[in-house]
Design a protein around this ligand. Structure first.
Ligand code: ADP
Ligand code: MG
Length: 386
């Protein structure tokens, strides 16, 4: 119990550091002296900036970012173009490219942040889920750097990263209040997650087969578009009629998803049309893309409506690569007026894989003193709740 000047009575009053609290309790008998010292220490600690380096290497993008007290100073992403000609990510090529990229990408992130590596307070890295070879490059690099600099190492779950990207501090960007529901839509995952606090997550529903990003990419492949096809479907869709063709929506649980049937439906439809007119796809590309995209986004919106009905939570966020899609962004914006939802749409640079989301998650763990041991291992399969 220490003396507080504001209301002149005895109240608990501590610094933000347990070791210093113990020392103060030992050294100071007089409450007023204690109060002044505590205030002084808190002021010094508040003025000290916390710099975090994040490293992301779970799939085919090598990324490094520096954040300071939750604000992004740099976020460098090196895309691996080598996979485009194979129609998908080739794991062995991805890990080799990460090895080549990681040093220059990290160096550039630190330089662009205007700091030196000695200013860093912790190194965070993606532990999983992802491709094992790719994860190993980031994990080993992060371990060596943390060891060399003698600073904490923090492991980050990639899927938590997508969601917690909403906690990056930026002007004119509201941060969702707890609890909120996040629709996580990426190349490998499709989930509806209830977020009760930063690290208390519950999966309310998920895909039973393909992820929504895969649905975009596989449909694009059927149309002869290169990998990753999602952004191209989005681009052509903007010039087409979303009602030109209709595809059957899957029948699964209220909050679950299934996309493999849709993909097969699209394949059979195209095969039939191309038999009758070999130029069918070329001549109708915009309408086909618009119709496919519309069907997928309708499925996502139906599930979100079900989640609001079930949970009563109207704070809705989206995260992951597919949240870059222009139609889902538009539909969420409209949902604010139509259904009274408050929606949270990430900036483009924080949708697909990026290290800023890893760094912000690491920062939140840093504030909780939640560090990793040097023996921590990459995990290809890791649930959002782990
Ligand atoms: P993962 O973490 O699972 O590798 P990402 O979060 O990097 O996935 O997201 C990549 C996925 O996002 C790819 O399937 C890509 O096609 C999809 N995507 C990116 N931009 C768009 C867009 N504008 N419209 C639809 N899908 C998109
Ligand atoms: Mg991702």
């Amino acid at each position: 119990m220490l003396f507080s000047e504001s209301n002149a009575k005895i109240v608990p009053f501590y610094t933000k550091n347990d070791k210093i609290n113990k020392l103060l309790n030992f050294s100071f008998k007089k409450e007023r002296d204690n109060f002044l010292i505590v205030n002084f220490v808190n002021q010094i600690m508040d003025s000290k900036k916390i710099y975090i380096l994040g490293i992301e290497s779970s799939c085919d993008d090598t990324s490094a970012a520096v954040i300071c007290d939750g604000k992004v100073l740099s976020n460098i992403v090196a895309n691996q173009e080598i996979h485009a000609k194979y129609g998908g990510v080739v794991p062995e090529l991805a890990s080799r490219a990460h090895q080549q990229n990681i040093v220059p990408v990290v160096q550039q992130a630190i330089e662009q942040a205007g700091i030196t590596k000695e200013d860093l307070n912790a190194i965070c890295f993606t532990k999983g889920p992802g491709l094992m070879g790719s994860l190993l490059v980031g994990t080993s690099f992060a371990k060596s750097l943390a060891l060399g600099l003698q600073i904490p190492l923090i492991d980050v779950n990639h899927m938590q990263g997508h969601i917690l990207a909403h906690f990056i501090i930026e002007e004119n960007t509201p941060i969702p209040p707890f609890p909120f529901v996040c629709l996580t839509i990426s190349g490998g995952h499709t989930q509806i997650v209830k977020v009760s606090n930063h690290f208390e997550l519950e999966i309310l529903g998920e895909t039973i087969d393909d992820a929504v990003g895969e649905a975009f990419d596989k449909s694009a492949k059927i149309l002869g578009l290169p990998y990753p096809g999602g952004p191209l479907v989005d681009k052509y869709a903007q010039l087409g009629n979303p009602k030109a063709y209709s595809f059957t929506k899957p029948k699964v649980g209220d909050l679950d998803f299934s996309f493999s049937g849709l993909k097969t439906g699209i394949l059979y439809f195209m095969q039939k049309q191309v038999k009758e007119n070999p130029n069918f796809i070329e001549e109708n590309l915009n309408d086909i893309c618009a119709s496919i995209q519309h069907t997928i986004i309708e499925i996502l919106m139906d599930k979100l409506k079900n989640s609001v009905k079930q949970t009563g939570i109207k704070h809705i966020a989206i995260a992951g690569g597919v949240s870059a899609n222009s139609e889902i962004r538009k539909r969420l914006q409209l949902a604010q007026d139509h259904w009274g939802w408050t929606t949270y749409i990430p900036k483009f640079q924080y949708t697909t894989d990026n290290a800023a989301m890893i760094a912000i998650t690491g920062y939140l763990k840093y504030l909780n003193n939640d560090y990793a041991d040097i023996s921590v291992k990459a995990e290809a399969r890791l649930k959002v709740t782990e």
